[in-house]
Design a protein. Structure first.
Length: 565
């Protein structure tokens, strides 16, 4: 194939490329042909929160029970779960990212186009936090019990104060109604009715039946039992021997025990919603009376659950959902198949909803909302309009400058600049269609795009200046163009590579708007190199011929006498 034929083919491909990006960027050009127009018009530039308005929510991750070397993994799991949860609701192009602020791990959720703040929070808050916990060891339980000592000391002092009030003659029934923590008798003034020996704990029975109390007499000391501290009043007695019954009243100030605080009884096992593979509704019986939620763990979760059940045979494993115990079954045997069941007083609909929520994603760590922000779409539209005007004005100014200063070469550069603009807009529109990484354009991204326009011109200026030098030295137009590109390439390469390195650093270490700016600038630099080195070069090679040799003044003013010499 001849050189001229290759040049013509490349030129035709450039024309086709220009037509394609032109139609993608401006589908209104084919509005007269609805099938094509409707297809192209579906491609949209994904606008960020600052341009189309929406919601910004910031959460703090509660990582108290997460080992330091597992924090990164946990935060990544939270991000993945929220992405699945938001995507399931059809929110277009959400931005979900993690960061560290003031030593706290935060996750930011930006939801463009969402107007209802409460609905947005609900979408995330409904995501359940599932966790399995095991019982503390005996040593750990003793340490936990020590945490209750201050509270129990205060309770005993409170009981002693009430006893002193009773001794001083204050009404027993009124004090019982105000202070007793026995739910069965407090409302009745502490009345326990007639009972035989053996109905109460041994310590209580001993006071009533062996304390030699007279009718209406107050036991002079606090009685401590497993339930707490009792203030006892004997009312009367009847019968004798084994049939003897005593009528009494009491005021109970309860003792705090580990059983009252399940969170102290259990500790994290390392098994959580991040290990969940699937959740399904099952039934304990053949009928529909006992719906349950069956859980299936992934490979890692299966191993952890097998080890967990092996080490806790005869003990309970608590299943927490949103930090509340919903089930605490006793482990009978080691479970190696990676399956568990959540039981509870579920209706069929409740079990189905829980199963659906778990399948959408269970958070590996709990979250607390720390800030929320609503951005009006009208503000975003104003910013977008101003940015578009600035971009159009900058593009027009650069094109006019190039045409005035570089004449015919500047005209070609202006055409290439329009193709470059179409290429960038097409990339923005097609990014989500042809790749799994859709580009979301923000104000900072538009700044990167406008800045990249200068990259195209910068490369063209280097090339054109070299070309003019070659023309002044006596080369023909085609040779001058080739030599101009060859000599300018090292400078173009080095300048753009340094910019690319900078943008990559900003992408990997930057966050939010900085990263958006860097991504768009990186794409702009790469496309600008393609535009200057491939498009402009091949267009000039196509148009460079005898007609341009006779009109060299369209490119540069050259003294013919200098050329002949």
């Amino acid at each position: 194939m001849s050189l001229q034929r290759k040049i013509r083919i490349k030129f035709i491909l450039i024309i086709l490329l220009a037509l394609f990006v032109g139609l993608v960027s401006y589908p209104q050009a084919v509005s007269f042909y609805p099938p094509v127009y409707n297809a192209l018009n579906q491609l949209k530039v994904n606008l960020g929160l600052d341009l189309q308005g929406g919601m910004r929510l910031e959460y703090k991750a509660i990582l108290d029970n997460v080992e330091k070397d597992k924090i990164g993994e946990a935060m990544s799991g939270v991000q993945d779960v929220i992405e699945r949860r938001i995507n399931a609701f059809g929110v277009g192009e959400p931005l979900i990212q993690t960061a560290i602020s003031g030593g706290e791990h935060r996750i930011t959720v930006e939801l463009p186009g969402i107007k209802d703040m409460e609905d947005a929070k609900k979408k995330i808050k409904e995501t359940p936090f599932l966790e399995f916990k095991e019982e503390n060891t005996e040593e750990e339980m003793k340490e936990m019990e020590k945490l209750l000592d201050p509270a129990n000391k205060y309770a005993m002092e409170q009981a002693q104060e009430i006893l002193e009030k009773v001794k001083s003659g204050e009404n027993f029934e009124d004090l019982a109604k105000e202070n007793s923590q026995d739910p069965g008798s407090a409302e009745n003034g502490g009345d326990l009715g007639f009972v035989k020996r053996g109905n109460f704990v041994p310590e209580f029975d001993k006071v009533l039946f062996e304390g030699n109390l007279s009718n209406e007499e107050i036991y002079p000391e606090l009685l401590e039992t497993q339930f707490g501290w009792h203030i006892i009043k004997k009312i009367e007695e009847r019968g004798e021997g084994d049939d003897k019954e005593i009528h009494s009243k009491h005021i109970l100030i309860m003792k705090k025990t580990i059983d009252m605080f399940p969170d102290l009884k259990y500790k994290s096992s390392g098994l959580s919603g991040k290990n969940l593979k699937t959740a399904d509704v099952v039934f304990a019986n053949q009928g529909l009376s006992e719906p349950q939620v069956s859980l299936k763990f992934d490979d890692e979760g299966t191993k952890v659950f097998a080890e967990l059940t092996k080490n806790n045979i005869g003990k309970t494993i608590a299943i927490y959902l949103d930090e509340t115990i919903i089930s605490a079954p006793v482990v009978q045997v080691e479970i190696t198949n990676g399956e568990a069941v959540i039981t509870g007083d579920f209706s069929v609909d409740e079990a189905k909803k829980l199963s659906q929520r778990l399948n959408e994603g269970a958070l590996p760590v709990p979250l607390t909302l720390v800030s929320q922000q609503s951005i009006e779409a009208s503000l975003g539209k104003v910013s977008l309009d101003k940015s578009l005007v600035a971009g159009a004005a900058g593009l027009a100014a650069v094109m006019v400058f190039m045409i005035i200063y570089y004449r015919f070469l500047g005209f070609i550069a202006a055409i290439a600049l329009l193709i470059y603009t179409g290429l960038m807009i097409s990339i923005f529109k097609l990014s989500g269609f042809i790749s799994p990484w859709p580009i979301t354009l923000t104000l900072s991204g538009i700044a990167g795009f406008i800045l990249s326009l200068g990259m195209v011109v910068d490369a063209n200026i280097l090339i054109f200046e070299r070309t003019k030098e070659e023309l002044r030295s006596g080369r023909n137009v085609y040779g001058a163009i080739e030599e101009g590109f060859r000599r300018a390439w090292p400078s173009i390469r080095d300048g753009n590579v340094s910019t690319i390195i900078t943008t990559l650093i900003l992408i990997f270490v930057g966050t939010g708007f900085v990263k958006g700016f860097a991504v768009v600038l990186l794409i702009g630099v790469l496309v600008s190199m393609f535009t200057a080195i491939v498009l402009v070069r091949n267009i000039l090679k196509f148009v460079a011929g005898e007609w341009l040799e006779k009109r060299i003044g369209l490119i540069v003013k050259v003294n013919k006498q200098e050329i002949e010499e």
